[in-house]
Write a protein that binds this ligand. Sequence first.
Ligand code: DGY
Length: 323
Amino acid sequence: MSKPKVIVTRKWPAAVEEKLKEHFDVQLNEDDIPMTTEQLQQALRTADAVCPTVSDSISAEVLSAEPMNAKILGNFGVGFNHIDLGAAKQNDLVVTNTPEVLTDCTADTAMTLMLMVARRAGEGERQVRNKQWTGWRPTHMMGTKVTGKTLGLIGMGRIARAMAHKAYHGFGMKIIFSDPYPPPQNVVDSLNAVARDSVDEVLQEADFVSLHCPGGKETYHLINSERLALMKPAAFLINSARGDVIDLSALIKALNEGTIAGAGLDVFEGEPAVPDALLAMENVVLFPHLGSATIETRVEMGMRVIENIKAFFDGDEPRDRVV
Ligand code: DGY
């Protein structure tokens, strides 16, 4: 029997690409150049499975490709707001993602952003590299203490819980959160966490606010100027979720006016473009969407995609089916 044809939209870790070749007739993207709308449509017309990632917009237009040959989108990533799920469903396409395997590394990234922005680590690094450091002094680059402070989590899914675990057990932080679907009470208790009734309450009370909600229509610009105004002037905002959860113009204004103390951002609306205003600010830490970017995790993500599409073509229910 011939192997299913699989098209991968970006370069994947070598070990995963080798594994793909064992099971499928695979078309890789060795140059790692993002595919155009037309190329994605051609992939859907010719492959049995297309494996996109967060940097591919799998819109209704892309999914209008005819005749549609693909039967499954094996997404490399946990978030799927770049895929029009309604259009996928209409085209009888199964969609899978890669949960769990990136939980800890993404939480580590959120912790890194929190520590870096609080302790002015990016700023300090720039000072040393630019040969501007003149030596130790009692008032040099004083930051904000993290240990013992209040961490407010917006969304309390897997990644938020992992961050809460590190922050509570490692840094003695008090954990508060808001989530319409809160975790089981035993999980809440193990983190000594306290649920708040609304996002606004978390924003008012936290010293560090970390966003962990999915992107998409429901959370679009959840953090706007009104909500930023609720935060303490000494508080910091961390985003390792999705860029469009924050209204960036409102955030830039809030940072300029001292409404909040700083921000640590791994994701941006319209990324990879980042507004010049943010690039010029010392009190923000900016990462190029590194949340899951460890060798271990990226290999596990790829293997999980393989597991999902292999199950599908074997006639089994894929473990991480989204639709
Ligand atoms: C995801 O998986 O959704 C991340 O944003 C990329 O790892």
